[in-house]
Design a protein around this ligand. Sequence first.
Ligand code: NDP
Length: 326
Amino acid sequence: MFNALIVNKNDEGKTSAEITRIGLDDLPAGEVTVAVEYSTVNYKDGLCLGPGGGLVRNYPHVPGIDFAGTVEASDDPRYKAGDKVVLTGWRVGEAHWGGYAQKARVKADWLVPLPAGLDTRRAMAVGTAGLTAMLAVMALEDHGIKGGPVLVTGAAGGVGSVATAILAGLGHEVAAVTGRPETADYLTSLGATQIVAREDLNETTKRPLEAETWAGCVDAVGGEMLARVLGQMKYGASVSAVGLAGGAGLPATVIPFLLRGVNLLGIDSVMQPYDNRLRAWGRIAKDLPMDKLEAMVQPATLSDLPALGRDILKGQIKGRVVVDVN
Ligand code: NDP
């Protein structure tokens, strides 16, 4: 028997999360059983821990869109007992039981071998947020980053923190947008050289183009901020659109695309093909400074998760949470 954080929904549609003892037979079907060591908290986990989002199809449910651990049993030749693995995406923790348990059973296709240079705890300090940040940086690089500065929005959040540390580590000048001025020292410690107040960017303007300011952008916010940023990009520069912390709308014009050749690049981490996942994890091990990753980490346990889920939905988590499920 082992611990799992199980979310149930009652007849009135109200959800509740409780740590419950379950057995291996309770786990869903899958080729690989993993002894989970660490998980984390992403925005989607906040939704799946409560009633929001409509992401969870069936209850009882085990959330946790990410986990890292050791293979315990495998029916797939690619994995054997003792292998260290990491899982992000594939709707695990939403449509399938996820990482908020001491064991998980999943498809072999969804796993990635732990890259050299990372342990399971660090892999979860990275998690979906960090993997997505790296995918966003890789997309900017593929389109060329000429000069600086590179803007990161939602900078004190998970995606933003990792993107800031990676970009600064690669030698880019980083401007970090935050609505929490008290995080300025933290963002500077990650490598940001300029702090931009959220208020400066979250108002709409009638001007479709403003001064050419940013050589690239990793945008975790969307909404009015993304629309505003598009009009401030330098000629030929690119924006990786990652998130919607500020809204799913995009009240923009096409003028930045037509007159400045700006590129808007969509970033999805969930269905990302295996080869690019491997490439991104390899880049993380190589290009994310580990001392900066450590500075982002807030430790937690399974019992902390309901409160942390509420916090991330309110944009109140700084950096990355690492959940020790044992
Ligand atoms: P966090 O909650 O950790 O970070 C989001 C940050 O956005 C906050 O910390 C805050 O930063 C800022 N923010 C919050 N609310 C607002 C607002 N109303 N207006 C402007 N800024 C705001 O979440 P994550 O970093 O984990 O995820 C960020 C986004 O990326 C989410 O929307 C998430 O769903 C999405 N995402 C997408 C993925 C993909 O595959 N495309 C994968 C992972 C995440 P600050 O306090 O510094 O202003």
